[in-house]
Structure formats: structure tokens, C-alpha cells
Design a protein around this ligand. Structure first.
Ligand code: FVH
Length: 294
């Protein structure tokens, strides 16, 4: 959005940690007047040298622009930083990682103070920000009107994916993807643990094999989605649960033979066994999702 045909809109950013500073640089480089605030002011020095204006307090920074982005450590720090700020008429975009419940509560809090609110979940690490084709994007949820009005500014640092009016949805999507990544890293750790003691298996030669296998298996995600939407957990299954539970024994014995702990594998295997015991041997692993519901 531009204030007129020639000027870029001004933006305020609270928080100049690794991620906040990366966002700040892209807005400055795109020509947006940028007011910044950081709890530790010295951290703003490089950005001030690049053209940012440093505010003395968070409230002053908020007063400087209609669009206010916040990228702090956690939800509590957002509450602390904004405690004295006048949010009336502001477009508040919270890029701080939090839970869905925190996103919803923060939206209610901000709207109660007269702001439009958008929560963001950043799917990137700082070096990806502002780099075309890096794959960086941000999930946004909350005020659709804010998102539409501020698309221009929001799209500068990273891609934008709007996931709904529910302000908790950005965090929900963010955390769901991060949780999947956690499971993937857990598998990667176990795989390297199995091979690391072998003098003729180099980690660098093993790595591309692992990447290739994980990449080949990734589309399995679409099959799970089809199971959940159709309600038929057997549709298109090529490797069924009965076979996989049988194979788990081989995985566990190999870990033991290699002197590797099985603690990263056994929770998931236990759920597979429960689903099999419930009579679902002809499914894939989609049924495990049912067992996770609380
Ligand atoms: N860095 C990453 O890879 C991830 C990628 C995905 C998204 N996360 C989230 O982004 C938020 C900010 O992360 P960050 O990398 O910028 O974090 P830090 O470098 O640790 O900077 C933290 C900033 O928060 C300020 N801060 C901390 N506590 C308070 C407080 N009580 N009041 C006001 N500000 C506070 C801190 O200030 P200072 O220590 O410099 O004074 C930094 O500005 C985060 O939610 C990630 O989960 C990043």
C-alpha cells in the first residue's frame, strides 16, 4: 500500500532479533520508511545506519505508523512491549510464534484496543527472508480486510498464505508443520545413529540417500489426506499396517544390534500396534491419527 502515488507506506517494527532484523532489512530495501524499537536499543544500530528510525519506546514506535509489525520472543513479550501503546486505528501484525490459543487471545486483546489484527506464522529461517525463490512464506490469519489492505507490505519479506479469519489458524498451521518437521528430524537422527559407527559408511555419502528416500515418501501425505476426507483408510494402500508392524521388529532388532536406543521409534510403533490390534491391518498408518485424539 502507498500513502500516495509516489511514497511507500511507513511501517513500524517491534523486535530486532535475528528474524525481526531480517524483516526490517527487506522493508528498508524496498523503500518503506521504517520505525523500529527493540528492548535492547544497541541492537538497532546497524538498521539505523541503513535508514531505520529508532524510537525511544514501543509506544512511540507504534504511534509512528498505521502498520505495526511485532516480532518478539514469545506472546508474553508482545503483551509487555505493547502494554502502553495506543493501538486505536492500527493494523497490528504479530509475527511472533505462539499457540493458536495465544493468537486468538491476542486478537481479542488488540481488537478491544481498537486495532485490526493479523497473526503470522513464519515458515522460514532468517537467511531466507527477502530472498526470491527461497521458499520463505508466512501463514496469516485474522482480519481479512487487514490482509487485503496490507498485501503489498506483507509480501516484501516473504510469500503470504492467508489461512482464515480465525486468528488461531496461522499458529495452528505453523505448529502443525513444525511438528511434522520434528518427527522427520527424529527419524533422521535415528538413521544417522544406526550408520555412524560403521567405518565404511560416511555421513556425507549417506545423506543424499536419506534425502532421496524422504523425498520419495513425502507424497504419502496426499494419501493420508485422501483417507481423512473419504473416511476410507484402506484406499490406495500399498504397504499395509500388518506388514509395517511386522517390519518394525526388524527395525528394533537392527537398532539393538547397532547399539542404538529405540526411544525415537517406539512411541509411534506402539500406536501402530494398537491400531493393528483393533483389527485395522489392511489400513496404512492413517488410523494412528484417530488414536491421537484426546
Ligand atoms: N529465528 C528463527 O529461525 C525462527 C524462524 C521461525 C519464526 N521464529 C520466531 O520469530 C520470533 C522472533 O525470533 P528471532 O529469531 O528474532 O528471536 P531472537 O533473535 O531471540 O530475538 C528475540 C526478540 O525478542 C525480544 N524480547 C525478548 N523478550 C522480550 C521482552 N520481555 N520484552 C521485549 N522484547 C523482548 C528480544 O529483545 P532483546 O533481547 O534484543 O532486547 C529480541 O528482539 C520468535 O517468536 C521465534 O519463535 C524465528
Amino acid at each position: 500500500m502507498t500513502d500516495n502515488a509516489f511514497e511507500k507506506s511507513s511501517i513500524t517494527l517491534l523486535g530486532l532479533g535475528a528474524m525481526g532484523a531480517a524483516f526490517a532489512r527487506t522493508w528498508l530495501a524496498a523503500g518503506h520508511p521504517l520505525t523500529v524499537w527493540n528492548r535492547t536499543p544497541a541492537r538497532a544500530e546497524p538498521l539505523v545506519a541503513e535508514g531505520a528510525k529508532l524510537a525511544g519506546t514501543a509506544a512511540e514506535a507504534v504511534a509512528a505508523s498505521d502498520l505495526v509489525a511485532v516480532c518478539l520472543l514469545d506472546d508474553a513479550s508482545v503483551g509487555e512491549a505493547l502494554a502502553d501503546a495506543d493501538l486505536t486505528g492500527k493494523d497490528l501484525v504479530n509475527l511472533t510464534t505462539g499457540t493458536p490459543a495465544q493468537g486468538r487471545a491476542r486478537a481479542e486483546w488488540a481488537e478491544g484496543r481498537g486495532a485490526r489484527f493479523l497473526d503470522g506464522g513464519i515458515m522460514a529461517v532468517p537467511p531466507m527472508i527477502g530472498v526470491p525463490d527461497s521458499g520463505a512464506y508466512v501463514f496469516y490469519s485474522g482480519s481479512r480486510a487487514l490482509f487485503d489492505a496490507r498485501q503489498g507490505e506483507l509480501a516484501v519479506p516473504a510469500g503470504t498464505v492467508y489461512v482464515g479469519e480465525d486468528p488461531g489458524y496461522a499458529a495452528l498451521h505453523d505448529v502443525a508443520l513444525l511438528s511434522a518437521m520434528t518427527g522427520m528430524f527424529s527419524g533422521v537422527a535415528h538413521a544417522f545413529a544406526l550408520v555412524r559407527g560403521e567405518k565404511d559408511v560416511s555421513p556425507k555419502e549417506f545423506a543424499p540417500l536419506l534425502v532421496g528416500w524422504l523425498t520419495a515418501m513425502a507424497p504419502y501425505v496426499y494419501g493420508v489426506a485422501d483417507h481423512l476426507e473419504s473416511g476410507d483408510y484402506t484406499r490406495g494402500v500399498t504397504s499395509n499396517l500388518a506388514m509395517m508392524v511386522q517390519a518394525n521388529g526388524t527395525l528394533l532388532r537392527t537398532a539393538e544390534d547397532q547399539g542404538v536406543g529405540t526411544e525415537l521409534l517406539t512411541p509411534f510403533m506402539g500406536l501402530m500396534e494398537r491400531r493393528l490390534a483393533d483389527g485395522h491391518g489392511d489400513e496404512g498408518v492413517t488410523g494412528v491419527i484417530d488414536l491421537l485424539a484426546r
